[in-house]
Design a protein around this ligand. Sequence first.
Ligand SMILES: NC(=O)c1ccc[n+]([C@@H]2O[C@H](COP(=O)([O-])OP(=O)(O)OC[C@H]3O[C@@H](n4cnc5c(N)ncnc54)[C@H](O)[C@@H]3O)[C@@H](O)[C@H]2O)c1
Length: 313
Amino acid sequence: MTSALVMDRAAVEAAVSPERAVEAVREAFVAHARGAWSMPPKVYVTNYPAGDFRAMPALGAGHALLKWITSFPGNPARGLPTVTGIVLVSDASTGELQAVLDAASVTALRTGAAAVLAAETLGRADAETAAVVGAGVNGRAAARTFLARGRSVALWDVDVSRAREVAAALGCTVAGSREEALAADLLVTVTPGHEVLIADGMLRAGQHVSLMGADGPGKAEVAGAELDRARLFCDDWEQASHGGELAHAVEAGLVSEADVTALGAVLAGTAPGRADDEEITMFDSTGLAIQDLAIALAALDGADQASLSRLEL
Ligand SMILES: NC(=O)c1ccc[n+]([C@@H]2O[C@H](COP(=O)([O-])OP(=O)(O)OC[C@H]3O[C@@H](n4cnc5c(N)ncnc54)[C@H](O)[C@@H]3O)[C@@H](O)[C@H]2O)c1
């Protein structure tokens, strides 16, 4: 009989701080860039316009992971979360299932961590202002991570009451306007990606944007022409070229792999990051299973395992 640890949302959040999440995700990007961790591209099972399911496997540090997770943008109107699912962690040498974790909390921790890690790595060294546009589950996680890293952050959301509520809960500010938020030195966007937030010509020299919301086919937060003005970075070329911000430009032959640097290569020191203070840097995040593996292992490591319930199979 197999017995697996069960970690619900509260257990995951108690076990992994946003600071720990940033370090875990940094290590995962580096391990993946060096070929020590592997990850087939995620598989989308689409049921648009309602939403989609994603199956995301990864292998690393003696463990295998599968995340089965949803994105149903219309769910909040029904009182349901946009993102739900589970993470399975197995022993990579015996195949034994070791743990089942809540996927939404793992996802929020790793998404906030990647957004801020990219901003810290690619933003200007003298960046002062930071903003998060989209104050939902994952935008909140990005704001919480900025705060945990000692940086003030302004929030903006099309639902102003939501931005106010999240800002009050986290202890950050609400941006005076959408334009003010979009002008931040370090900008993170985490909206559903159904409407372009950053129009052509809107970004200033020296800005950094972590584009987190458009993580799948048909989504975009930035106008295609604005890609031309920026140095482009992504989490994983295989995923980013097939869904998200870059996919249209890749399809049209306007962007190729040579134009886009993987964040992991920058973190591993094998590719350059920002070249000068004038560059606009853009990080296209599609969300990686190696990030989930990093957070799941950090959660198992940080948990009081004796207090967790077990699933007998
Ligand atoms: N890149 C990644 O790794 C990653 C990880 C998780 C989620 N996502 C994606 O991020 C997006 C948001 O996910 P979530 O779980 O936070 O959703 P959510 O529904 O909890 O939050 C979305 C928020 O965006 C706001 N919003 C909608 N349109 C807006 C606009 N035009 N301007 C400003 N705010 C706007 C909504 O009011 C809401 O507060 C989804 O598309 C999801 O698929 C990406």
